[in-house]
Ligand binder design. Structure first.
Ligand code: AMP
Length: 564
């Protein structure tokens, strides 16, 4: 298949903001797509491999500029100038390719296979001469691209397709293309996506038109899956109302999600973003080997940091560096020890546990884990219908420096990837939100050279809506448990999409936790709300933009605040 055909599809998809129209366009494309071109589905999501695969394109704006320069014979400075003007490197590449085409005729036709072949070589390149090799792989593609192809190649390279296509839209398009539209079918296909994290494999099954075939998709130990997520309730009473009697109540540990896979001798650890972090946590591998019985399993856990001397639990931000650190691991392991709290089990000795009721899964956890405090333990749990007992447990969790409690229906199954109504979280009125950085402003005076104020957004379906700015809580000098302007600037800068004076627009990627005093209505931000006294508390490197606060949740918090 020609890459041009995909570029035309991208163009059609970006010509409408309406989800239903996107579904119509995409479903008719999928109907005609042959099995041998199945990997187009990865490209539609801006990827080159299934979501569970860690190999990503990861090309910087700077390298892309160099490639455009070589492919079109334009100077770097001219490209940067155009970029400032057009606000989209893709558009720059399209324009310059058009100009070039007036002189030279396109040499050969770009196919999907060729694009994938070159793009897939990129993440494998390491060591000396890497940059040069990457540059020539990209330049080769751009040189034979049509203007429209150049536009989408560049956007793919820098990870910003701008076609407004989400996984859920692809799922619905698959439903419409190969089945009759109904909720149950959507659910089956979503489950297949969540279990496999491989949209192309799901497409291949769907193309055969038999829903029953999806049963063949099973869990594979060693391959990451999306975890089950909780909904929020504001009181224990509401929790009991939603879940009925005899509820499993657990600490809501203030750490990060770690999913542990064991198959024979091999142990792998994944974050909820499906990243493999096994190398960063050698001690956890040892704990699992020593204290968990079983030949193969997948455990869902929360890793919590604690102080080696006082044994007090520490907030997430203080241990978060352990997730990313690739060197001096032993030193960091000593400085920032963690305890693994196992709260669910997804697979055990050859059998999926997804459809087992939660009480059975809990019982299994208790059976196979030899509790070792400050190493690995099964999560603290009580089963009760009694409000008083639940409240006492909640208080104890907070005294133990944890975040609150989780309330769980004992009969519920495990639903990968879903935010379910049978697992609820309760936190005190701390007033914090997980938001994404979508803009920033360069500082002045002591802070010049750094980005010093960050625009925050919540989400509403496919859109990000601004809700405030934050500079407070970020420090100039290194302080334990704090994030510095320097660190944040370095993270944010590669994601700049557009510069306008001292202000920049940022590709929404970086999730942060913000505490605030009050939510106010405000015409100044696109969400219609603003935060009073926002303060930066944590960089959530373990979270995706899918996980951030929704406009609906902001509205609810606002209403609740008014009532109080
Ligand atoms: P939140 O991050 O506020 O959406 O809360 C849900 C998160 O709490 C989960 O993703 C887990 O990482 C974490 N968590 C802590 N303790 C538990 C527990 N006992 N059961 C389930 N999730 C937990």
């Amino acid at each position: 298949m020609k890459y041009q055909k995909l570029a035309e599809l991208y163009e059609k998809l970006s010509s409408t903001t309406k989800r239903l129209e996107k579904i119509e366009i995409l479903s008719s494309f999928l109907k005609d797509l042959s099995e041998k071109d199945k990997d187009v589905l990865y490209l539609l999501l801006g990827n080159i491999y299934p979501e569970y695969d860690e190999k990503k394109i990861g090309i910087s704006n700077q390298l892309t500029i160099k490639a455009i320069s070589k492919a079109t014979g334009t100077q770097n400075t001219k490209i940067v100038q155009e970029w400032k003007f057009l606000g989209d490197l893709g558009k720059v590449s399209e324009k310059l390719t058009k100009n070039k085409k007036q002189v030279t005729l396109q040499s050969h036709v770009l196919t999907i296979n060729k694009v994938l072949e070159n793009l897939r070589k990129l993440p494998d390149l390491v060591g000396k001469g890497t940059v040069g090799k990457k540059l020539s792989l990209i330049t080769e593609l751009l040189t034979s691209a049509t203007p429209l192809e150049a536009l989408y190649l560049v956007r793919t390279l820098i990870g910003d397709l701008r076609i407004g296509l989400k996984e859920s839209t692809i799922r619905e398009s698959i439903v419409i293309a190969f089945f009759n539209k109904d909720k149950e079918t959507s659910k089956i296909i979503q489950e297949a996506i969540d279990k496999s994290n491989d949209i192309s494999a799901v497409f291949v099954i769907a193309k055969k038109g038999k829903l029953k075939d999806f049963e063949k998709i099973s869990l594979v130990v060693g391959k990451p899956i999306k975890v089950m997520l909780a909904q929020k309730v504001s009181s224990i009473e509401d929790g009991f109302k939603a879940l009925g009697e005899n509820v499993g109540i657990e600490y809501k540990y203030d750490g990060f999600r770690l999913i542990i896979h064991k198959k024979e001798k091999e142990i792998n650890l994944f974050t909820r973003r499906l990243e493999n972090v096994t190398k960063q946590f050698p001690e956890v591998v040892a704990y699992v080997k020593e204290y968990v019985k079983g030949d193969s399993f997948i455990l869902d856990t929360e890793a919590v940091g604690f102080d080696r001397k006082t044994k007090e639990y520490k907030p997430f931000q203080e241990v978060s560096q352990r997730i990313k650190r690739k060197y001096n691991i032993e030193e960091l392991q000593k400085k920032l020890p963690i305890e693994i709290n196992v709260f669910d089990i997804i697979y055990y000795n050859g059998k999926s546990q997804l459809n087992e009721p939660f009480k059975k899964r809990t019982a299994l956890i208790k059976k196979i884990i030899k509790n070792q405090k400050y190493k690995i333990v099964s999560s603290k749990q009580i089963i009760t219908s009694d409000l008083k007992k639940a409240e006492e447990f909640y208080k104890k969790s907070l005294e133990d420096n944890q975040e609150g409690i989780m309330m769980k229906n004992l009969d519920a199954i495990y639903q990968p990837g879903s935010r379910v109504g049978h697992m609820l979280k309760i936190k005190p009125e701390e007033r914090d939100l997980d938001l994404v950085i979508t803009g920033a402003e360069y500082g002045t005076g002591k802070r010049s050279g750094w980005l010093s104020s960050f625009i925050l957004s919540c989400k509403n379906k496919d859109e990000f809506l601004e809700i405030g700015k934050v500079g407070t809580g970020i420090t100039e000098k290194v302080e334990s448990g704090k994030v510095t302007f320097d660190e944040l600037t370095k993270k944010v800068k590669p994601l700049i999409i557009k510069e306008h004076g001292r202000q920049v627009t940022i590709k929404p990627k970086i999730v942060v936790t913000i505490t605030y005093q009050e939510i106010q209505k405000s015409p100044n931000y696109s969400s219609g709300f603003a935060l009073r006294f926002p303060r930066f508390t944590a960089l959530r490197i373990d979270r995706n933009t899918e996980d951030i606060t929704t406009l609906n949740e902001v509205k609810k918090d606002y209403e609740k605040q008014k009532r109080n």
